[in-house]
Every structure is written in structure tokens, then in C-alpha cells.
Design a protein around this ligand. Sequence first.
Ligand SMILES: CC(C)(COP(=O)(O)OP(=O)(O)OC[C@H]1O[C@@H](n2cnc3c(N)ncnc32)[C@H](O)[C@@H]1OP(=O)(O)O)[C@@H](O)C(=O)NCCC(=O)NCCS
Length: 394
Amino acid sequence: MAELKEAVLVDGVRTPNFRAHKEKGWARHLRPDELLTYVYKALFERNPQVKPEDVDAVFCGTANQTGMQNDIARLGWLASGLPESVPTNGINQQCPSGMSAIEHACRAIMAGEGEIFIASGVEDMMNVPMAAGMDIPPRIAQYYNPMELPMGATAEKIAEVYNVSRADAELMAYWSHIKARDARDAGKFKDEIVPIPALDENGNEFLCDRDQWIRDNPSLEQMAQMQPAFKPDGIVTAAISSPLTVGACAALFMSREKADELGLSYHLRYGGGCMAGCDPTIMGIGPVYAVRKLLARKGLAIEDIELWELNEAFGTQALAVIRELGIGHNAPFDNINVWGGALALGHPLGESGCRIVITLNNIMKKDFPEAKRAIATLCGGFGNANATLWEKVE
Ligand SMILES: CC(C)(COP(=O)(O)OP(=O)(O)OC[C@H]1O[C@@H](n2cnc3c(N)ncnc32)[C@H](O)[C@@H]1OP(=O)(O)O)[C@@H](O)C(=O)NCCC(=O)NCCS
């Protein structure tokens, strides 16, 4: 058996994250395939050494593969005018779909099944609403209370089980916005965001290079006044939920030899990935199991990980994970979601698992150039979680 190759992250781009709203969303005139076109084209424009026809395969994560997102992996690629000879594969693991796309790409490289892969993710929660067309198997009621399966219900239950208060979750949301705002204002996202022709709330066109959901002046007082979103006597409001979002991203992975041959630089190597399953009624706790399994397999401890990107599906969920892993207690966290998380940046379901790796790469390059290891992780609807390890290439 040949030795495993190294898979390196050469480049990653994303659209801004837009509000999924038919009147207020800045990308309300676009379809999800069009968003993918912007990120695929940007990858080739930024890396002219890579010819589209030389890509071995494209993986694309999308949580809701229906309507405009039905086989969007293939149709989004072809509608971009990209070569039909390049195979595509749509991946669905709910929210971790984009991360799963990355794992497929990196594992193929490591196994020697190709040299150049694109991992991508897209979700348009305006044109394809969450759970549209979903038909939950009635027999699942033998094992789980169907009322406890929707995402909002799981965010409430995890708060009860792990004793997370509304005030602490609001603090998490507050800091998520502050960090995202500061990162945006310092131009930190410039390298990853592809500007998109957008429409403001009044219908005026503008070239958008910033995320729509970030609040410039988040207010704990205002958050405390908000009504629960999912349960009359609950604690989860819109402020401590990742908002409904539209976005796409794409990342270029190569074998280290290929990147060197093409003269392309890289900062991170894929250090391994691990999925874990958990109780779907508290699906948000999944990253704890995925991370523990990943660390055990790699012979690493929590202390060996210098940075974390942990998708904030809900404030209650993210805090439960952070506390269970023992990596923090209350926001702000200086090595977790350094440029903000999904509470502020938004969470286009199947896109986020790929987006957080792209952002992590930039955080490590710009703010923590000496950091050796980081983990990106996220939970997924119905109890699937995923975690990936990233190592600085020496
Ligand atoms: C919580 C949820 C139901 C709210 O949806 P919604 O009712 O459409 O509400 P919006 O997100 O549009 O927000 C409602 C209002 O609250 C405001 N709001 C949101 N966060 C706020 C904050 N931190 N402070 C003040 N106001 C806030 C919004 O700006 C909006 O007001 P506006 O229209 O005047 O701007 C929705 O965001 C949701 O379902 N989120 C979870 C998605 C999910 O499950 N993802 C998968 C995770 S696994």
C-alpha cells in the first residue's frame, strides 16, 4: 500500500452571507446555482495555474436538496459553464454537509485518487426553506418524540439538559456580533468574500462584500426584551438562533506535490476528520462526541488545540458544547470563533461546514500565524456531527 499523501488547502472563497428574506435579503434576486457560479469562477480567477478541466471532482454540501437545490452539485457546476468532464457529487449530512464535502476531497487526495478537488457548499434558505418537502418517517415516533426533533425544539432542550441560561446565550450572541463586526471593519474577511452584485432593502443595486446579518451595535437590553421563537415559555429567541441565511462557498484542495508543482502556496493541511452521531433531540451536543473521537484517534488532548471554529447553530447549543469540552465557560472566548460565529455571520446550513474551514484558514494566517493545530466542528439536524483537524504545514 502506498503511503498516504498530504492534502493541503490552497484557497477558499465565499459569497457574503445574506439574509434569507424576499423583501429584505440583499441576494433576493439570485438563485443558489448563481451563488455557486460566483465562488467557482473566483477560485479559477484567483488561481489561474489551475484549469477547470484538471479538477478531479467537485463535492458540494447542501442540506435541503430539493427544488432549486435538487442535484445542485451537478446543475450548479454545469450552469456555471464549467467542463462537463469534471464529475460532481452532492453531499447531504444536514448542517455538516459542507464539512463532509471537504472530507471527501481530502480523503481522495490522501488515498491518491486524484490531485485537485473542489469542496463547496451552498444553501439558499429563501428559495429553498429549511425542511421544505421533508417527510419525517412516522415510525420514528417509536424512538423519539417527533415534537422534539425540529431544530428550535432541540435548542430549547439542550439548554435544559446542560443548564444553559438565556442570559449566557445572549452574551454569546452579543460577542459573536462584536467579533464579526470588528473583523469585518478591520478588513479581515476581504480575502475570502467574493463581492456580489446585490440589492439593498430599497431595491438599489450595490456591489456587496459584507455579511448582511452582522449587527453593528448589538444590545443585551434589546435581546432580553425579545420573545421566545419556538416555545411560549422557552428561552431561545431570534437573537440566540443562527438566522435564516443564503450563501455559498468553495475551497480548492490539492496534494502537496501538486500545489508545489503549480507554485501555489498553502498554510494548512487536513489532519483528519471524524463524524459522530447523538440523540437527535439534543442534536447540538454532537460536536462534543465528534471532537473527542477525533482527538482520541489522533492521540491528542484538548490542550493541543490552539484554535476552534465551532458553528453557532444556537447560542444555547454552542455554549453547551464549549462547556462540555472544557474549552471555555462564557463569552467572549479568545480562541473560539475569533471572527464571530453563525449567530452573527449567519448559517446557510449545508454551506457552513466548508465556510468555517475557509475562515479558520484566514484566522490562522492573519491572526495566529504560529498556531499549529485547530479544530472546526459543527452539529447537524437529527444528530449528526462532524469535526476536522487542521495542521499548520511546516
Ligand atoms: C429564530 C427564527 C425562527 C427567527 O426567524 P424570523 O421570525 O424570520 O426572524 P428574523 O430572523 O427575521 O428576525 C426577526 C427580527 O428580530 C430581529 N433580531 C434578530 N436578532 C436580533 C438581535 N440580536 N437583536 C435585536 N433584534 C434582533 C431581526 O433583525 C428581525 O427584525 P427586522 O426584520 O426588523 O430586522 C429563525 O431565525 C430560525 O429558525 N433560526 C434557526 C435556524 C435553524 O434552525 N438553523 C439550523 C440550526 S441547526
